[in-house]
Write a protein that binds this ligand. Structure first.
Ligand code: PNS
Length: 345
């Protein structure tokens, strides 16, 4: 393999260690064609392998490059390649784990105009998601991230999707800094059980936010009929077709949960004026504890303005028909579970 362009053009790189899969010449050339041929600023090369991408960027004028890799033989190859291409004085090699290194860089407020992330294909999608979600704060305004993967990135992995191109078995996605910011909202409630009205609000929220986390929580003023795990299971069943929605249990304060999830907003449904007073109070209290977290209200659809979990529980407990009041997929389960209850409203 050789450097394609710039000051080190034509320099032959060190042999590739066995378990390392460097970006092929063809993919590297296409990436740099898409990025523009030459540039300035600092570069971060994650899962650097033998360092081909970062070194290619240094050769084409990048100011400095940081290479992060944990494989010992790959690290030795990076150092050898920096020496061969005479760019050692502009390079920093970090031996270690990508996740931990990124955490440190975020704390140190490091900034890069270009980030390459070429995670080994065997790395779990969740780890890739964690890494990608931290890129936003490391990119300068207008900076770009180039992500290589063995399969197309799932919609919503990194917020709005950049342009993805396929080269054989390699997918390359180039994201602008503005496209890496994922806006997460938390949709909290006791969901005892989830109603058609809840699902309508969740669906509409999923179209506004990049990701919606449904938080199945405890309302101290209510004693739930169904344990939280069961309520979460019903929610998972009815939201399985919405890609950017996930379901979590919430033990403590909503604001703490939102912080852990990196959420920017709380989403709630509002049915009638009667909801307003309690929602206004909660929104004010949550705002006092976490001012950056906005509470956003979505107005219930007219056909759901009368609908509540307590009404569903009461109707089901007397053997009434809850069709249309809860999502079809859980109709039978709700009938079975709540018909035996005392209504508990
Ligand atoms: O569906 P519900 O019962 O109206 O949901 C209420 C819920 C769970 C959203 C609310 O009680 C809540 O946020 N609980 C978490 C504890 C908390 O943060 N309390 C302070 C809110 S002012």
């Amino acid at each position: 393999m050789r450097i394609i362009a710039g000051t080190a053009r034509g320099t032959r790189l060190a042999p590739v260690p066995k378990n390392v899969r460097p970006t092929s010449d063809r993919v590297r050339e296409s990436i740099f064609n898409a990025l523009g041929q030459f540039f300035t600023g600092d570069v971060l090369d994650l899962y650097a392998g033998i360092g081909t991408l970062g070194i290619e960027a240094l050769s084409r004028g990048a100011d400095r490059a940081v290479f992060v890799e944990k494989d010992r033989r790959a690290l030795a190859a990076i150092r050898e390649n920096l020496r061969r291409t005479r760019v050692e004085d502009r390079a920093e090699v970090v031996a270690g784990d990508v996740g931990r290194t990124l955490d440190r860089m975020v704390t140190d407020e490091r900034q890069f105009s270009l980030i390459f992330a070429d995670p080994p294909y065997r790395i779990a999608a969740t780890e890739v998601g964690c890494v990608l979600s931290r890129l936003a704060s490391l990119l300068t305004p207008g900076g770009r991230a180039v992500i290589e993967s063995g399969e197309a990135l799932a919609e919503g992995t990194v917020g709005k999707k950049g342009a993805t191109r396929r080269y054989g078995g390699t997918y390359v996605t180039i994201l602008e800094q503005s496209e890496t910011t994922m806006i997460v909202a938390v949709c909290p409630g006791s969901f005892d059980p989830v109603t058609a009205g809840h699902l309508d609000i969740i669906r509409r929220a999923s179209k506004i936010f990049d990701h919606v986390v449904i938080a199945v929580g405890a309302n101290l003023r209510k004693k739930p009929v169904l344990p939280a795990v069961e309520r979460a299971r019903l929610l998972e069943k009815v939201t399985v077709d919405i890609e950017n929605v996930s379901v979590e249990l919430m033990d403590g304060l909503l604001v703490d949960f939102a912080r852990e999830q990196g959420a920017r907003a709380i989403v709630k449904g509002l049915r009638a004026v009667s909801d307003f007073e309690s929602e206004f109070e909660q929104a004010q209290l949550n705002r006092a504890m976490f001012p950056e977290l906005e509470t956003v209200f979505i107005m219930a659809s007219a056909e759901h303005s009368f609908l509540s979990s307590s009404a569903v529980r009461e109707i089901a407990s007397f053997g009434g028909d809850v069709r249309g009041l809860v999502p079809d997929g859980i109709l039978e389960t709700v009938r079975e579970i709540y018909s035996g209850s005392d209504g508990n409203i």
